[in-house]
Design a protein around this ligand. Structure first.
Ligand code: COA
Length: 260
């Protein structure tokens, strides 16, 4: 699929999606949000893409936020519609049914931080700067940031970041649980691709069920979440891949999963 603002390549089971507006620090204008939405929609059905890596073009930014040119002079209806479109993209990424790994180099601000938070997990380069600076613009985060940040790092830290609009370093982001691990700038993509290759070698069925258990479970109380987990364990426990995985372990060989 050809896009103007993003790149999408699939190789060896890994789809690499790059937000490609480096001159604007990869800011998310409406067209870019739409292209990302179309791209992730097609990746959901693309069985050759077993895992997705999301990154920004250039060394300076992952994504420096929603495009501020489009934020001035909005009516209430326009602003709500923008938030709805952004949230639809973030929800699509979160519920893709396959792992999406964010490779965060440079600025991940506002909508960029929200985009990274919608991913399954995040790795960052040592030059990363993360934050939700919307209050400085007279706005609040609108692409799910107020909800995902508090779930990732807790209410106090989320409120500190949302209210002050301050930026934190990659190391600070690891300390609060916003980012999983920091790499040097040159090591980030090789490390992320190595982890993605490991995920691509697993059963896509197993990963889908694990994502569903964690993501849907977070919207439930613990008892309901455990009932969901048992039901999903029933699905994967009786799968061909579970038989293959356990047989392979006992026979001391590598498993060959078939995603069923
Ligand atoms: N929307 C639109 N354009 C943006 C942008 C955004 N969110 N972030 C950066 N840009 C553009 C700049 O306007 C500039 O364009 P120009 O060269 O045509 O003037 C270009 O990207 C480079 O950014 P610049 O500000 O010159 O880089 P810097 O290194 O001095 O500062 C930042 C980097 C990230 C601190 C600064 O760009 C910034 O604060 N961006 C906005 C962050 C933000 O508030 N995001 C949340 C939006 S809801």
């Amino acid at each position: 699929m050809a896009f103007e603002n993003i790149l999408c390549e699939v190789a060896d089971g890994i789809a690499t999606v790059t937000v490609n507006r480096p001159d604007k620090l990869n800011a998310l204008n409406k067209a870019t949000i739409l292209e990302l939405d179309q791209c992730f929609s097609s990746l959901a059905d693309n069985t050759t893409a077993r895992v997705v890596v999301l990154r920004g073009a250039g060394e300076k930014a992952f994504v420096a936020g929603a495009d501020i040119n489009e934020l001035a002079n909005m009516t209430a209806a326009e602003a709500e519609s923008l938030a709805t479109r952004g949230q639809r993209l973030m929800n699509r990424i979160e519920n893709l049914g396959k792992p999406v790994v964010a490779a965060v180099g440079g600025f991940a601000l506002g909508g960029g931080c929200e985009l990274a938070m919608a991913c399954s997990f995040r790795y960052a380069a040592d030059n990363a700067r993360l934050g939700l600076p919307e209050t400085g613009l007279g706005l609040i985060p609108g692409f799910g940031g107020t909800q995902r940040l508090s779930r990732l790092v807790g209410r106090g830290r989320a409120l500190e970041l949302v209210l002050t609009g301050g930026m934190i370093s990659a190391t600070e982001a690891v300390e609060i649980g916003l980012v999983n691990k920091v790499f040097s700038q040159e090591d980030l993509m090789p490390a992320v691709l190595k982890i993605a290759a490991g995920l691509a070698g697993k059963s896509a069925l197993t990963l889908r069920l694990a994502l569903q258990a964690v993501n849907e479970g977070l919207n439930m109380n613990q008892d309901s979440g455990c009932r969901l987990e048992a039901a999903l364990f029933g699905v994967c426990g009786s799968s061909e891949d579970a038989r293959e995985g356990c047989d392979a372990f006992l026979a001391k060989r590598k498993p060959g999963f078939k995603d069923r």
